[in-house]
Write a protein that binds this ligand. Structure first.
Ligand code: CAA
Length: 259
């Protein structure tokens, strides 16, 4: 049996590929556990500064695996007892290193939700996003009803969740779901390039920055500003802060030591 999740290292970037092409990369236990294990490994590896999650050219992921959820024994008690979604799906969200979703083709249901759990989405021009759960008798269950309105506003999020319609890459970028669009054949190369740039910066600064930006979604403006001020002050305790500023003054490239 082929591995449903592949991981590779490109310089300081850890690449995770979802690999179930025969099922449009539908997310079953093996895929979700595989992604979580790859995130665990890259988080523990001090030579990795950024993580990229991708699928293939046809699908990032077409959602949770319907063939599993449709089974009679997959009932309320099963979903509740196994803590369906929460247990391992959210490992990507708890990653402290930056995570970029490189999305080509379909990112539907749990696939769209997985992409939204990453720190940002770079899309191929053939990307299609959607929360079509309404068409199969359920609703988004991995954050879609919460993260999509925060990303694109209530009007479009409600439209997508209630009609199940798909959004193309251009609309997704204009709406604020996607940070960049590339021609499909360049998506991975360009994403890895950007990830490599990110991974070249000071890791503690990246982690502090990510934490601070995420606060914008989880607190009031005042609380968020206070948090930002505290981590900004904390950055003056880093060797990398002195190195970055000295390198600027000396007109040379900074050599960060991640401390
Ligand atoms: N689960 C299981 N299998 C899936 C799947 C999914 N989510 N999506 C696609 N597949 C399978 C298909 O069953 C098909 O398998 P067979 O060849 O064995 O029949 C194979 O992938 C190829 O799919 P299609 O033949 O349908 O390909 P297409 O190009 O005609 O359509 C598609 C592609 C638009 C993505 C279509 O497959 C589709 O609509 N998929 C379902 C999307 C969906 O409803 N996602 C939400 C799932 S629920 C969820 O995610 C809940 C949550 O919030 C966590």
């Amino acid at each position: 049996m082929s591995q449903v999740v592949l991981s590779e290292i490109h310089g300081r970037v850890g690449l995770i590929r979802i690999n179930r092409p025969e099922a449009m990369n539908a997310l079953n236990d093996a895929v979700v556990s595989g992604i979580a294990a790859a995130v665990d490994a890259f988080e523990a590896d001090e030579n990795i500064g950024c993580i990229v999650l991708t699928g293939n050219e046809k699908a990032f992921a077409a959602g949770a695996d319907i063939s599993v959820m449709k089974q009679a024994e997959f009932d309320y008690m099963h979903a509740y007892k196994t803590d369906f979604i929460t247990a391992r799906w959210e490992r990507i969200k708890t990653a402290r290193k930056p995570v970029i979703a490189a999305v080509a083709g379909y990112a539907l249901g749990g696939g769209c939700e997985f992409a939204m759990m990453c720190d940002m989405i770079y899309a191929a021009d053939n990307a299609k996003f959607g929360q079509p759960e309404v068409k199969i008798g359920t609703l988004p269950g991995a954050g879609g009803t919460q993260r999509l309105p925060r990303a694109i506003g209530k009007a479009k999020a409600m439209d997508m969740c209630l009609t199940g319609r798909l959004m193309d890459a251009t609309e997704a970028e204009q709406a604020g779901l996607v940070a960049r669009i590339y021609p499909a054949e360049q998506l991975l190369e360009e994403t890895l390039k950007a990830a490599q740039t990110i991974a070249g910066f000071s890791l503690p600064v990246l982690m502090m920055t990510k934490e601070a930006v995420n606060r914008a979604f989880e607190s009031s403006l005042n609380e968020g500003l206070l948090f930002e001020r505290r981590v900004f002050h904390a950055s003056f305790g880093l060797e990398d802060q002195k190195e970055g500023m000295n390198a600027f003054a000396e007109k040379r490239k900074a050599v960060f030591k991640n401390r």
